[in-house]
Design a protein around this ligand. Structure first.
Ligand SMILES: Nc1ncnc2c1ncn2[C@@H]1O[C@H](COP(=O)(O)OP(=O)(O)OP(=O)(O)O)[C@@H](O)[C@H]1O
Length: 317
């Protein structure tokens, strides 16, 4: 069913460099959340901290009733089994074929027989559409296939939480669309808690239940998708519309006077946002034949109230 992750007052620095501070949010069990933020704002550091690879300076991360920041290495190892992680490049072993790559966590962390391993590996390869590619080496397949193989490997231990670090990086728009559909379908099927770091705004608009934005060493906002998509907060508006006018500068933040001037120009209609605030991007739905968990009913109702025009076709399916 997925587990809730409750982060409170989390701060991380390297030496004197504060990466982010006082971050508090709850990733609801079984829901999909996306973390956005300009480059270098510490999104990857946040993922690594959640999985216990980096220790925060302050704050707590409660997962399944335990504050993982307080755990010793041995107990942390147990908690890590709740996680599946999809790294940017799939992090596959170049000399192993896809079957052995995907079987690797089962052979490392369980005592399952080879026939049981075979059943699980083929089931997960089927879920991500890779049946028939068992013998391929990572170097022989496309970037999109490598991501899907990485995802199959992240699934083999039946994780309660899956972290995705830029799953769409380096993929063409069509492969991104397929991957997004796969993510939505998988979430409906396995009902684990998903956290996705991405720079792809189109994906961030369609895929998640919740969106967060890191900027200036802080979590500017975290909440339901529709809250962020209709927010008036200048940083959120700038980021979600991918425009230059606003507080986010080329390498760092801009001074207040410049931001004010740019936003005034925007207000005059000089550069309208590409997607108007009231026009909510429709949510990507699980494919036909995929049974949706009960929370989808509540989400469907909530979003239909906000934008009846897009009333979900087949929301109760
Ligand atoms: N192990 C480390 N030691 C020291 N500094 C680090 C370490 N890991 C990350 N950093 C620094 O933390 C900051 C945030 O890095 P991170 O990779 O998390 O950013 P990001 O938001 O994921 O960026 P991008 O969107 O470009 O991938 C960077 O300045 C980086 O140099």
């Amino acid at each position: 069913m997925g587990v809730e992750i409750c982060v409170e007052g989390l701060t991380k620095s390297f030496g004197h460099q504060v990466i982010w501070q006082d971050v508090s949010l709850t990733l609801p069990a079984g829901e999909v959340s996306v973390m956005l933020g300009p480059s270098g704002t510490g999104k990857s550091v946040f993922l690594k901290t959640l999985v216990g690879l980096l220790k925060p300076d302050r704050g707590s991360i409660r997962i399944a009733g335990q504050d993982i920041t307080k755990l010793r290495e041995h107990d942390l190892y147990e908690v890590r089994k709740l996680f599946g992680v999809l790294f940017q490049d799939g992090a596959l072993f170049g000399s192993m074929n896809l079957y052995d790559n995907i079987a690797f966590p089962l052979r490392e962390h369980t005592r399952k027989s080879e026939s049981e391993i075979r059943r699980i590996v083929l089931e997960k390869m089927d879920m991500v559409g890779l049946i028939g590619a068992e013998e391929k080496l990572p170097g022989e397949i496309s970037g999109g296939m490598r991501k899907r193989a990485g995802l199959a490997r992240a699934l083999v231990l039946d994780p309660e939480i899956i972290l995705f670090d830029e799953p769409d990086s380096g993929l063409d728009p069509v492969r991104v669309a397929y991957l997004n559909q796969l993510i939505v379908d998988l979430n409906a099927q396995i009902d684990a808690t998903f956290l996705i770091v991405t720079h792809d705004i189109a994906s961030a608009r369609q895929v998640p239940d919740n969106i967060g934005l890191l900027f200036r060493r802080e979590l500017v906002m975290f909440g339901p998708r529709e809250k962020l998509l209709t927010s008036d907060e200048p940083v959120v508006r700038q980021f979600l519309n991918g425009r230059m006018q606003g507080p986010i500068g080329m390498a760092e933040e801009k001074d207040a006077a410049q931001v004010e001037q740019e936003l005034a120009q925007l207000g005059n209609g000089a550069h309208a946002d590409s997607v108007s605030r009231t026009e909510m991007t429709p949510r990507l739905l699980p494919g036909p034949g995929i049974t949706r968990p009960p929370r989808w009913q509540a989400i469907a109702r909530r979003e239909a109230e906000l934008h009846p025009v897009h009333a979900w076709k087949g929301a109760g399916a």
